[in-house]
Ligand binder design. Sequence first.
Ligand SMILES: [Zn+2]
Length: 66
Amino acid sequence: MITPIRCFTCGAPLAQYWEEFRKRVEAGEDPTKVLDDLGVRRYCCRKTLLTHVPAIYEVRRFKRVL
Ligand SMILES: [Zn+2]
């Protein structure tokens, strides 16, 4: 749900790539080229960014009721 901080498999930090990756992919760029440009080479790290579902943007619309 939240931004992937580290790769789930190898533990490499990925949080610094997420915003640029998301913006460029939403702008229509090919995700493969974006990951190559960002220097994310390992397929486990690429998988973590490619398959992340940013549900936080949907969840944050709802207010907390106490
Ligand atoms: Zn990895």
